[in-house]
Design a protein around this ligand. Sequence first.
Ligand code: ZN
Length: 250
Amino acid sequence: MSRVLLLSDIHANLPALEAVIDDADKRCQFDEVWVLGDSVGYGAQPNEVVERLRTLPGLAIVKGNHEAAALGEISIDSFNPSAAAAAAWTVDALSSDVRDFLSKLPLVTSSSGVTLCHGTPRNPIWEYLFTSQTADLNLDHFDTAGCVHGHTHIPSVFGRDAAGNWHINQARDADAFQLEFTRWFVNPGSVGQPRDGDARASYAFLSIPEDWNTPRIQFRRVEYDVAAAQDLILASDLPSTLAYRLSIGR
Ligand code: ZN
């Protein structure tokens, strides 16, 4: 059995990441940690977050649009104003060691027979998976049954049954699903900037039995010190709206 801690969209929010790791340590002995992009951007502690991730066991990590922006690999013209300002701030904030680590990350990878990406397998930087149409369009772009991803900041499961019908669930705290689908996508939600109206940090556990009968996903929400993350943003040159939104989960 592989027990995987799934983290995504941490967005340089170290207080949220530490609360999630504490909670996960108490609940499950995980042997792998998969991080699905946007570890930096928006928050005030990009270097600290990346250094902390590098201490975790069995780490597999992909690059998101915010890493690509902070590395100058993509244009930030299509970012909204606060995202663009945060990306510019992050460019200056990254240490050379962290920049070097991020620059070597893949956009898509696989581990234990599951595909990992940020947006979608066919467009890991830009595409948001919100609909069954987008899910269908991605099926030919990865060759495993399952894909774990982030980018929308909404915890969710998209499962396609043998008849080709999609079963879509937005997940709430403590929801669990057996992944008895021919193809599936799982998004653990955002650790550092939730956008579903619940300000608590979001993450998930993926359990994969040796014989794959049947993978299971369990979602979790955890309180963290929102004020600490906000104070760090307000003390920096980051837009203050990025602090405000943390308290409302939008
Ligand atoms: Zn993000």
